[in-house]
Design a binder for this molecule. Structure first.
Ligand code: CMC
Length: 402
């Protein structure tokens, strides 16, 4: 009573106070814990930035060494997991596998499940419960790459790779993927660095659809594995983490720079969507897309230029100079260039969203930890609706229905 739908799509609803990520969508500013994304992308690493996002400060050398070793150590998975991964159909989408794998993982850890413990596990200021929370965080970040690599290799009928020692998080991931099928594969430091930068840029983006899903799910105090599985499912959609895949499909369908004007006209007639353009928050170019564009050039030096690059550049320039896009403040987002890098590195199209999930697990966990520790405890997220269905009516037996 008295309610009205006032904010379809949550355009103007703030549900939490957060100290993690700051975005100014009009000025094109993105900061993690106050640090500009441009400084982090050029001077930090993915795992150091992960520490910053989760704990709010840059780590000392000792803190970082411990954090990195905990995460890499948790990369090893239970032997039975192999059977789980092999139980999927040969053509299963890797996002379906990964989403299921996070939920499956939770079945091993009753210490992370408040409903099995009969009480909330995480109490602010209580050392044991903070350590318990950290353990789940290390596990989820550590296993994200291993699971992603398993989802990748199972479809090729290949054995799984035990996480190596002595490599960075991203180099270890490339090693486990061994995606070129070489014997004694050693990941190129340039490609590992490029992936590290891409991971850092994708690590968090405040309350996007998937992060909101994680928090909504976690607000019932379910275990973090189930909450991360829910976030993974949300990210899978083409309006969110599936957009980098959609960009490549769009570029393939356009075919060449000569066909760009016709495509732009089709977008303006609402027959097509320009994937990789537009953003709920950024009303100017997404600051991450400048960094990704530079990273693409580094990668292309090793892999050679992607044949779709010219079409992408023609499309980018045509949209930027067209009144339709200018008027609606539609500019390139993070996904416009990232797919071209992943393609040049040899990843199949349907693996692109997985490359978004792996780093985003960090952001989801940073928000989850913040929520669990918030002042006054967790309040379940239960929005209201405005009912517009039929008023009371009486049941009619199936024999009497017309
Ligand atoms: N192509 C064509 N028209 C568009 C596009 C686009 N990519 N994006 C928005 N518009 C139009 C939209 O039709 C509307 O026009 P009008 O006012 O005449 O009705 C206007 O621009 C405003 O757009 P909106 O739909 O109200 O914007 P939104 O904030 O609800 O949606 C979005 C944001 C990202 C879902 C949307 O821009 C979109 O669908 N983009 C393409 C998919 C994409 O690249 N997604 C990745 C987002 S960034 C990474 C991530 O979050 O995962």
């Amino acid at each position: 009573k008295g309610l009205r739908v006032s904010d379809k799509g949550f355009l103007n609803t703030a549900v939490i106070q957060s100290e993690i990520t700051y975005i100014d969508g009009d000025a094109g500013i993105l900061r993690y814990r106050g640090y500009p994304i441009e400084q982090l992308a050029t001077q930090s690493s993915f795992l150091e930035t992960a520490y910053l996002l989760i704990y709010g400060v840059l780590p000392t050398k000792d803190q970082f060494t411990l954090f990195e070793s905990e995460i890499l150590h948790h990369g090893v998975v239970h032997a039975e997991s192999e059977e789980f991964f092999r139980s999927f159909r040969y053509d299963a989408h890797p996002m379906a596998i990964l989403t299921s794998a996070f939920a499956y993982l939770g079945s091993y850890y009753s210490e992370a499940n408040p409903s099995l413990q009969g009480q909330s596990l995480f109490t602010k200021g209580d050392k044991a419960s903070l350590a318990n929370m950290d353990k789940q965080i290390f596990r989820l970040i550590g296993k994200a790459t291993t699971f992603a690599a398993m989802a990748y290799r199972v479809r090729q009928g290949r054995d799984f790779v035990t996480p190596p020692t002595g490599l960075s998080y991203t180099a270890s991931f490339l090693y486990q993927l061994d995606h070129l099928g070489q014997v004694d594969y050693a990941p190129s430091p340039v490609l590992a660095k490029a992936l590290d930068v891409l991971f850092l840029l994708h690590a968090d983006h405040e309350l996007n659809a998937s992060c909101t899903t994680v928090l909504q799910t976690a607000s019932s105090l379910v275990d973090p594995y189930s909450a991360i599985a829910a976030g993974c499912a949300s990210l899978y959609g083409p309006l969110h983490g599936g957009a980098n895949e959609a960009v490549i499909r769009m570029l393939i369908s356009i075919g060449s720079p000569a066909n760009v004007p016709a495509f732009i006209e089709a977008v303006k007639r609402r027959e097509k969507v320009l994937s990789g353009f537009g953003h709920r928050v950024y009303k100017t170019t997404d600051p991450r897309s400048y960094i990704i564009r530079k990273t693409a050039d580094e990668v292309f030096k090793i892999t050679g230029k992607d044949e779709l690059l010219e079409t992408a550049m023609a499309l980018h320039d045509a949209a930027m100079n067209d009144e339709f896009f200018q008027k609606r403040k539609l500019y390139p987002n993070v996904d416009f260039w990232s797919g071209l890098i992943y393609r040049a590195m040899g990843f199949p199209l349907d693996f692109f969203p997985v490359l978004f999930v792996v780093p985003r697990v960090v952001g989801w966990l940073a928000h989850w930890r913040q929520m669990m520790l918030q002042q006054g405890g967790v309040k379940i997220w239960r929005p209201r609706q405005v009912y517009v269905g039929p008023s009371k009516r009486d049941y009619v037996s199936i024999d009497d229905r017309t």
